[in-house]
Each structure stands twice: as C-alpha cells, then as structure tokens.
Design a protein around this ligand. Structure first.
Ligand code: FMN
Length: 166
C-alpha cells in the first residue's frame, strides 16, 4: 500500500493507480483568432444540470489552453470507438493537429469534429486553480448527440479500448 508521508511521493505509482479509472475521451476545441485549436482530454465531467455546466482540466503545460481561454468558449467532442487516431493526433503538442482531421465550425465558432458521438458547445464560465492543472467550467449553449448510435472510445491503463455490453 502506498502512503503519502513527508517528502516521499511515488508519482509513477500514483499515475499507475489512477490508470485503473476507465473513461471516455474528449477533444476540447476552440476558435482562436480564426484558427482551430484543441487537445485530447480524459478529465471531462458533466457537472450540473441546473444550470447546465460541464468541466475539463487542462494541465498547466498545455499550449492550447491559453488559446481556448482567450477565445472565451470551447466545444467538447466525445470520441467514437474508431477515433483513436484522432486522439493520438490531438494529444501531440504543437503540430498542425487539424490538417488531417475533418471538422466544421459550430454555432460558437469552435470546431466540431466529424464522426464524434456527441458535441457540447460552451461559454467559458469559470476556472479554478488545482495544483498542476486548472479546472475549467463551461456553461452549455448548444449540444447534439448521435442519439444512441455508435460506441465510445475508452481509455484504461494507458490503452485504448471499446465498450462491451452485457
Ligand atoms: C487519453 C488521453 C487523455 C488526456 N487527458 C488530458 C487531460 O485531461 N488534461 C490535459 O491537460 N492533458 C491531457 N492529455 C494530454 C494532452 O492531450 C497532451 O498533453 C497534448 O499535447 C496537449 O496539447 P496542447 O499542448 O496543444 O494543449 C491526455 C492525453 C491522452 C492521450
């Protein structure tokens, strides 16, 4: 059993333990001065129904977050099972991530990626400091889903996987 005491903290063991939490993956996108920006995130949560709020947590080293923040809004794109390549592309820092990805502009201007299970367009509502990450809260403005069609892309123990029913 690992314990956090004094100066000793095994970051690798903590990461490995957290890897047991299976989740879907989203791509957070925005329109920054006319150009698409975005990154892959596991830290997405549906936060509140009344009012409708969602949240995600960009790391302080994220180069996309300052641009998303400055744009004042974002779009959450929930990846489908066949979009592991999209996730890998959007998890790379710096590169022209949108060159190989099909997308269209949403009502708030942020990119909606082709083939996603659902998208949620938000205004940036609040941000909270949280260690080496920021908790970014979005106020939901528009959303659309594939209405029960399609399977999600999952992430578990550093690997991509698919949902098995039953
Ligand atoms: C499955 C998966 C989940 C991730 N979740 C997050 C996350 O929640 N927050 C975060 O800041 N980075 C997360 N990342 C890492 C970013 O996608 C990665 O650091 C990316 O390079 C950041 O791009 P940027 O520099 O353009 O912001 C995740 C990566 C993967 C593959």
């Amino acid at each position: 059993m690992a314990e956090i005491s004094g100066e000793h903290f095994d970051g690798a063991a903590f990461r490995q333990t957290m890897g047991n939490f299976c989740s879907g993956i989203v791509i957070v996108t925005a329109n920054f001065e006319g150009a698409p920006v975005g990154f892959a995130a596991q830290s997405f949560v549906s936060l509140s129904l009344d009012p409708p709020l969602v949240a995600f947590c960009p790391g302080k080293g994220s180069s996309s977050w300052p641009k998303i923040r400055a744009s004042g809004g974002f779009c959450i794109n929930i990846l489908a099972a066949d979009q592991a390549d999209v996730c890998a592309t959007m998890a790379q820092p710096g590169a022209d991530k949108f060159a190989s990805i099909q997308w269209r502009e949403g009502l708030l201007g942020a990119p909606i990626l082709e083939g996603v299970l659902a998208h949620i367009e938000c205004d940036l509502d609040a941000e909270h400091d949280a260690g080496d990450h920021t908790i970014a809260v979005g106020s939901v403005r528009h959303f659309e889903s594939s209405l029960g069609e399609g399977e999600p892309l999952l992430y578990f123990r550093s690997q991509y996987g698919a949902f098995a029913q039953g």
